[in-house]
Design a protein around this ligand. Structure first.
Ligand SMILES: Cc1ncc(COP(=O)(O)O)c(C=O)c1O
Length: 355
């Protein structure tokens, strides 16, 4: 048998189901424009919500190790202190949101506990919970009344990445610990960009924020009480056994935080762009889910055809099919950025055409 026959067989199985994924190369030419496999496109699917991702990086490129060995640089402390004073709770940095969620759920939850996890939570939340061996009770999406009694923790996102809707955090039971992943909302929503929980006057026990979206970069943080931060430093395997972020990146992120905290103009523009594109698409007869800058446009079984049509018109946004979303809820997932102009938004709507 050829050495890699088992891998090839599994790939063939994925292909038979029509679920093959391929990497496409997008070469940016501006905040929301690029060349996709050689074709000029307007990008309508980036998470660079405030348009800050084009700013250059400089400085030292390597940290030299894990933070508990040789990789703890003064820039780590500087960024953590700045985030802590912004959010008024302690903060620990992680190399990515994936590392952060796996750390939180695999460390905070234990095998004797029950966790209510929203049906649309991100894969990194699910994997963290699997590692914890806690009993995971999947509750219907954004239905606080479905949370069973006697759970130890409720896991939610602030703004959901696939449905684009905002969690009514204050309506969930107050007894269990509350963990909120604000990956898509930090920097974009709430006063000073502090996220959905802050905008609802809710103080979660665990807050996860990422730098890969509104911060226009990469990395993440966990914010919470001192006991949480110390426990993660001592027991979270995806903190302990990984190389820390490079100092050059951390310095850029600290400046970026100062920009974001003061960027009400960008947040206003983002909200304006989301509302404008929603209005254009509704006028054309499309059903658009969600509440904010993520706009899932329901396209039914034609999703891939609609996405291809958009691309031919020079607009890049992915079609999302079953099994990622339920049958009947296939969609093109649009995201807007503060960097889109009114003309860009009209071009996106024109590319859709009438529903
Ligand atoms: C809701 C949510 N949480 C966590 C992550 C993971 O963050 P990162 O891309 O920084 O690993 C993502 C991903 O993109 C996400 O959408």
């Amino acid at each position: 048998m050829p050495r890699y026959a088992r891998w090839a067989e599994r790939l063939a199985g994925i292909e038979r189901l029509g679920r093959t994924r391929t990497l496409r190369t997008l070469e940016p030419t501006g905040p929301v424009t690029g060349r996709l496999d050689g074709r000029d496109v307007l990008v309508a699917c980036s998470n660079d919500y405030l348009g800050l991702g084009t700013l250059p990086l400089a400085g030292r490129s390597g940290s030299g190790g894990s933070r508990l060995i040789s990789g703890n640089h003064p820039e780590h402390g500087r960024l953590e202190r700045a985030l802590a004073s912004w959010l008024e709770r302690d903060v620990l940095l992680f190399p990515s949101g994936w590392h952060a969620n796996v750390a939180v759920f695999s460390t905070v939850c234990t095998a004797d506990q029950r966790v209510a996890s929203d049906a649309l939570n991100h894969a990194s939340v699910i994997d963290g919970l699997r590692l914890s061996r806690a009993q995971r009770i999947v509750v219907p999406h954004l239905d606080p009344s479905a949370v069973p009694d006697s759970v130890d923790l409720i896991a939610l996102e602030g703004l959901y990445s696939m449905d684009g809707d905002i969690a009514p955090l204050a309506s969930y039971p107050r007894g269990p610990w509350l963990a909120v992943d604000e990956a898509h909302s930090i920097g974009c929503l709430g006063s000073g960009g502090r996220g959905v929980a802050a905008s609802q006057g809710v103080s979660p026990d665990v807050l996860v924020g990422t730098f890969g979206k509104a911060f226009g970069s990469t990395g993440a943080f966990v914010a919470g009480p001192p006991e949480l931060i110390a426990l993660l430093v001592n027991a979270a395997r995806s903190f302990i056994f990984t190389t820390s972020a490079p100092p050059g990146l951390l310095a850029v992120l600290a400046d970026r935080l100062a920009t974001i905290a003061a960027a009400d103009d960008l947040r206003d523009r983002l909200a304006h762009n989301a509302a404008t594109l929603r209005r254009h698409l509704a006028d054309l007869g499309w059903t658009v889910l969600g509440d904010a800058h993520i706009l899932p446009v329901l396209t039914g079984r034609e999703t891939m055809e609609v996405a291809d049509r958009l691309l031919r018109a020079g607009v890049f946004a992915p079609g999302i099919r079953h099994p990622t979303v339920p049958v009947g809820l296939e969609r093109v997932r649009l995201t807007v950025s503060a960097a889109h102009t009114d003309i860009h938004l009209e071009r996106i709507a024109e590319a859709f055409g009438p529903a």
